[in-house]
Design a protein around this ligand. Structure first.
Ligand SMILES: Nc1nc2c(ncn2[C@@H]2O[C@H](COP(=O)(O)OP(=O)(O)O)[C@@H](O)[C@H]2O)c(=O)[nH]1
Ligand SMILES: [Mg+2]
Length: 593
């Protein structure tokens, strides 16, 4: 199936033409029929000579309904542009063409209607030239727009138009059936007994009965599916679809049903602004942004000559590369209201707090494309699913897990890590190996796995810490000053192995509680109590001395046999009890075990 929208000035014969082609009535409202004026979007369909089915979204041409016209054209890939032979090019012909050009609609054909009332030649020549100039074409790329003269009244020219429509749809690019779904709702209503029904033009992707989609962040289940009034189990874009949704769903025009996780719902977007043909800047600060069937008030913050930040009145599901049309709802009659195209470059723009941040951002945006490489340049590190939700498939391989990195940023991190680890080692000589978490914090990384991925020889990771790889094994991993102090202390203990040095002596050697703890961890000292340290193995030697005493013995006997003070003897004996070298007999006696 293919979906085409109509376009053109009011009363030029759009609805009459759709009626003549399809036998269906696009103007469904009583008011529309009474006034002979399209107010709402109309829907009708038919089969072309080739058998291809084509559905029309018939739009209003009246200038008051430009918003509705844009909602109809927004999700549609091609147009049937209508100009009346007896009136020729008119203001809304111009406005619609500017809108199509701004939205990037490339495919279409020109129908000069009311050919029974006037010679279609002059209108065809004039309008044909304008459409071709606007880049519209009917056939393959590089071709021109085809022009057909018809009369909706006599039926003249309709067969030729049907053949031309076949040529038009044959040249339309085939949409990707695997694309994520974004179905802009153009109608929503409740059907008694079957919940909510929403309709729209599905531009790409596939919807199936039973699918779970999201509407404004809420999950919704597709209970039933119709396309052109026929029930279906599954429909691929491009197609007109009607979805029956389970439960009471607050769907309305301008909101979209989307594949969960595949879009970024955002109220803030950084964009490249391209002024519409004939529009002049600077842009007013308040405009209406149109995309799909949505029209949302927005604030425009200019950042640079072509860059701006849009703050939308409500979040929309966007991808980078999306095109928004910016319109001035306040303009009066005869003035061009379509002002600019905004190409989305970032859907999660960074805050601009620092002085000069806006100027820097404008520079970055000027060089940005709507792709993952540009997103990574701004965001530095992104997970695969974030890139997907932003609308850019990940480039190349992840740096670790599902993380993708800007190559420049990653190289910079690789260069910084050894320095960070070295600084940590210098600041923490007793525990020189840097915890991964500390390195993560220091490098401001969102995931510890990224730190691990940055470790390159001579750095190594063990037990959740990064070592510089320069610690000498001979000193049991102790920094040189501590190792030296320990050596001095042990030398002093060699002749009097149980005379643990006093606190003053330890301080003199620079051995505070942390240095002692490190030396004990390294196996260079034996700590029997707070502030009481001996050489490693001193406890076994003490046990041997005590075993030669008459059993049981008192603390006092032990103290003199060991040649030390009570300050050392009492905790040393308790230590020996704990180690199982000695045991208590009563309150005053112990014996060797
Ligand atoms: N004579 C003649 N009148 C036409 C033709 N097409 C449309 N009209 C008339 O022009 C008026 C506007 O047509 P309509 O289809 O509503 O225009 P729209 O506003 O572009 O949808 C109606 O009165 C139609 O009957 C045509 O080919 N020949
Ligand atoms: Mg009409």
């Amino acid at each position: 199936m293919h979906v085409l929208a109509t376009a053109g000035h009011v009363d030029h014969g759009k609805s009459t033409l759709v009626r003549a082609l399809t036998g269906m009535e696009p103007d469904r409202l009583a008011e529309e029929r009474r006034r002979g004026l399209t107010i709402e979007l109309g829907y009708a369909w038919t089969s072309l000579p080739s058998g291809e089915r084509v559905a029309f979204v018939d739009v209003p041409g009246h200038e008051r309904f430009l918003g509705t016209m844009l909602a109809g054209v927004g999700p549609v890939p091609a147009v049937m542009f209508v100009v009346a032979a007896d009136e020729g090019w008119m203001p809304q012909s111009e406005e619609h063409l500017v809108a199509l050009r701004t939205l990037g609609v490339r495919h279409g054909l020109l129908v000069v209607t009311r050919a029974d009332l006037a010679d279609p030649g002059p209108a065809a020549k004039d309008a044909g030239g304008r459409l071709t100039e606007a880049g519209l074409r009917t056939g393959p790329a590089g071709g021109a727009v085809e022009t057909l003269a018809v009369s909706g009244r006599t039926g003249e020219g309709l067969d030729a138009l049907r053949a031309a429509l076949d040529r038009l749809v044959a040249a339309l690019p085939a949409p990707d059936p695997e694309a994520p779904v974004r179905l802009w709702i153009d109608r929503a209503f409740s059907v008694r007994g079957s919940g909510t029904v929403v309709t729209g033009t599905l531009p790409a992707g596939r919807v199936e009965v039973g699918d779970e989609l999201e509407l404004d962040g809420e999950p919704v289940r597709v209970r039933g599916l119709e396309s052109l009034k026929e029930q279906a189990e599954s429909v691929s874009g491009v197609a007109r679809v009607a979805l029956n949704l389970r439960g009471r769903v607050a769907g309305e025009r301008g909101h979209a049903l989307v594949t969960p996780g595949a879009w970024t719902a955002t109220g803030l977007a950084d964009v490249r602004v391209t002024m519409a043909e004939g529009a002049r800047g600077p842009l007013p600060g308040r405009l209406t942004a149109h995309i799909g069937s949505a029209s949302v008030p927005c604030e425009v913050r200019p950042l640079g000559p072509e860059a701006a930040r849009l703050r939308l009145a409500r979040p929309l599901p966007l991808h980078v590369g999306d095109t928004l049309l910016l319109r001035d709802p306040g303009r009066g009659q005869g003035e061009l209201r379509v002002l600019a195209r905004a190409t989305v470059l970032d859907v999660r723009p960074p805050e601009l707090r620092r002085r000069g941040a806006a100027r820097e951002r404008a520079k970055a945006l000027a060089e940005a494309s709507a792709d993952a490489a540009s997103l990574l340049r701004t965001h530095l590190l992104l997970r695969e699913r974030e890139l997907v939700a932003m609308g850019s498939p990940p480039p190349g391989r992840p740096v670790t897990g599902d993380w993708h990195a800007d190559p420049g940023h990653w190289a910079n991190l690789l260069a910084r890590l050894p320095e960070v680890v070295r600084r940590h080692a210098d600041a923490h000589p007793l525990e020189p190996a840097m915890p991964l978490e500390a390195a993560r914090h220091e490098l401001d990384l969102p995931d510890r796995r990224l730190v691990t991925a940055l470790v390159r020889p001579p750095l190594t990771v063990a037990d959740g810490r990064i070592t510089t790889g320069r610690t000498a094994a001979g000193e049991a991993g102790l920094p040189a000053p501590v190792a030296g102090a320990v050596r001095t202390l042990l030398a002093g203990l060699s002749s009097t192995p149980f005379q643990a040095p006093e606190a003053g002596r330890l301080a003199e050697l620079g051995l505070g509680p942390r240095e002692i703890a490190a030396a004990v961890r390294a196996g260079a000292l034996l700590r029997v109590a707070d502030g009481v340290v001996l050489a490693p193995g001193a406890d076994a030697r003490a046990a041997a001395v005590l075993a030669r005493l008459p059993q049981p013995f008192t603390v006092s006997q032990a103290r003199s046999a060991l040649g030390t003070s009570r300050r050392v003897a009492v905790p040393l004996l308790e230590h020996l009890d704990r180690r199982g070298f000695t045991e208590r007999v009563d309150d005053v006696h112990r014996r060797s075990v």
